[in-house]
Design a protein around this ligand. Sequence first.
Ligand SMILES: C[S@@+](CC[C@H](N)C(=O)[O-])C[C@H]1O[C@@H](n2cnc3c(N)ncnc32)[C@H](O)[C@@H]1O
Length: 242
Amino acid sequence: MSATRTHYDEHLGPVYVWMAGGIEAALARGEGEIRDLGLEAPATDYAVDLGAGFGMHAIPLARRGIPVLAIDACVPLLDELKRASEGLPIKALAGDLLDFRRHLEKTPRAILCMGDTLTHLPSRAEVERLFSEAAEALPEGGQLILSFRDYTRALSGAERFIPVRSDGERILTCFLEYGGERVTVHDLLHERDGAGWKQRVSAYEKLRLDPAWVVEALAARGFSPQRGAGLSGMVRIAARRG
Ligand SMILES: C[S@@+](CC[C@H](N)C(=O)[O-])C[C@H]1O[C@@H](n2cnc3c(N)ncnc32)[C@H](O)[C@@H]1O
């Protein structure tokens, strides 16, 4: 099992919805992004959400009547997605997002890979492979939509300690350690344990993807990428084929 997969299954998955501020608040943010992107049925008649998590974008899409294939490697997060999407047209699948074409039921009009999932891929070669697979899977006018963090500028000193969320029961802090092509993200989780606190630490690597490199790699595969601002300081790129 990869470090990322173990990290999500054992460390982040069980507290992810809490970290995102609770399911309703997170779905409201996802709904805002989907509205901004103008994804509506029937023009979008099938969508794929890669690294769907608990369904922050898959659920708002499905609430618009768009059938969604939601793929994620983390089973606890997919269980949350299934609980929150009862009755909606979502197929939730546990697997590697890079294998998405194997699971398509028809040609998708939109492929989403949002919320800093792209940087989880093991290398730039895998990112390029994803772009090539998406270019082959989408029809003319279909869109690949990405949102990810730009880690190219290395933070230094105390800036590398990022408070993510805290309440009376839990505190989650990230510590970033910069390497050449990657940044190691250490998640420090403190949870109340009687009168004291229990600390758990787990780490995984993310790619330091330069948005300009992403735009170029998409253009080289026949996409017309439009760069904009995503949620919480992320870069958002909507790339139309053709
Ligand atoms: C930062 S979360 C983002 C989740 C969701 N897109 C959102 O915006 O809330 C990244 C997700 O990608 C999943 N993931 C990372 N690498 C993956 C892979 N190779 N295949 C499938 N899922 C993956 C993780 O399990 C996690 O749920």
